[in-house]
Structure formats: C-alpha cells, structure tokens
Design a protein. Structure first.
Length: 236
C-alpha cells in the first residue's frame, strides 16, 4: 500500500508573496499617474502653442505622488491610491485670467471702474514690478517725463482712449515717448507727435475658447490602465 502526505507551505510564504504583489501594484500606479500628469501637461502646452499661446503654457506645471515622496496613500488591508496633477504655477492675476478665458471662453468685463484699460506699445509693459495701468502711470514719474493722460472718446461707444499730447518718439524701434521740448524740435533719431495713444479702454470684449484642457484630462484618464499594465510588466 502506497500512501502520501501533503503538507502546505507555511502562511508566511503566502503573506510574503501578497506583500510583494501589492508593492508591485503600488509602484506601477505611481509610475502610471506620474506619466499621465506629465503627458497631460505636455498635451495642453502643445495645444496652447498651436493657437499662439505657447508662452502662457509655461504657466502650467505637473506633479505626482511619485515626484513628491514616492509613496502611495494606503487604506484598509490592501487598498491604496496614487495621484498625479496639473496645476498653475503662477500667481499673476493676468496669467490666471488669460488661462481661464482662453480655456473656457466668455466675456471680459472691467474689474474696477467703467473701463478695462489695455496698454499699447507706447507704454512700458511694466511699471516697477507690476503691469502698466493708468493709475500706476500717473503715480510714477512717467506723468512728468512723458505727460499726463488725457481721456478722449473712441470711435465706438464701447471704446475710449487715454492719450498724451506733444511728445517725441523714436523713429526706429520702440517708441520710448518723451515730453516734447519747448522749442518744438526733436533730437536726432526722434520725431514730434501731436498725440499718441497710451491706453485703449473697452467695456466688454468676448474671447472664444482656444484650447480644451478637459479633453486632455479625459485622454490621460483613458490611458491610465495601459500605463499601469506597462509599468507592472516592467517591474521585476
């Protein structure tokens, strides 16, 4: 008579394998979500560049749990989550507003006062550390070196202009306006202007949506399972 006895391995071996399998799954999830967030950022930036908003695209950044600390968030006996994200890495109100209006579309309305003032090329882009506005212009030395702003109506009811009178500008390159001398004669390389426009005021303007970040989000969400399986296959 032949008999046999089978003895199962100790539970420790199964627990070790379970721990190993969970760790592989966690690592693959970290890699997959990092890849998705980076891919989403690259895709959105590419879309923005294609519609002439490439510089604004650099206001976007991406991150993930893999980059942050390399750890998942665990819950229960074997549950875990891993995340990736895309964020705006600037606090500039102008950039934030531009991202919102060009990603969603809509109307731009004045935040304060009756008019939304847009600086022309005759005005420095920044006064000190801040973007040029009529108030900052008048408070700076420009009101003395160039001249005070004068309000005149625009060609349409929803438009107005702020101009300076009796100035000189460069004949080449940026205008760099200066108050005209009393003699009425400009120095070499400059010419006299009776009036130049410094700011254009509008009451309302519409902007169409020019890129769609949510499409890139959905694209990366759909790709997450394949990213995870690929990362899992590369884990040894």
């Amino acid at each position: 008579m032949i008999s046999a006895k089978l003895r199962r391995p100790g539970l420790g071996a199964f627990r070790d394998y379970e721990r190993y399998a969970i760790q592989r799954a966690e690592r693959a999830a970290l890699i997959a979500t990092d890849r998705a967030s980076s891919g989403g950022k690259t895709g959105i930036r590419s879309d923005m560049s294609g519609v002439g908003l490439g510089r604004l695209g650099f206001a976007l950044g991406s991150g993930s749990d893999l980059q942050k600390n390399g750890r998942v968030r665990r819950f229960g006996n074997s549950g875990f989550s891993a995340s990736g994200w895309i964020y705006v890495r600037t606090r500039s109100e102008r950039s934030l507003g531009a991202l919102k209006i060009y990603s969603e579309g809509g109307d731009i309305l004045p935040v304060t006062g009756k008019w939304e003032w847009i600086a022309t090329d005759n005005v420095p882009k920044r006064i000190g550390r801040y973007r040029s506005t009529p108030r900052r212009y008048m408070q700076s030395g420009l009101a003395s070196s160039v001249g005070p702003l004068v309000f005149i109506p625009g060609r349409h009811s929803g438009e107005a202009l702020l101009v300076v009178k009796n100035v000189t500008t460069r004949t080449a390159g940026r205008p760099n306006p200066r108050r005209a001398p009393r003699s009425g004669r400009a120095r070499a390389g400059r010419e006299v202007q009776d009036m130049i426009v410094m700011f254009v005021g509008i009451k309302r303007t519409s902007r169409a949506q020019r890129f769609a970040p949510r499409e890139r989000y959905r694209e990366q969400q759909a790709a997450l399972p394949s990213y995870w399986y690929q990362a899992l296959g590369n884990e040894t």
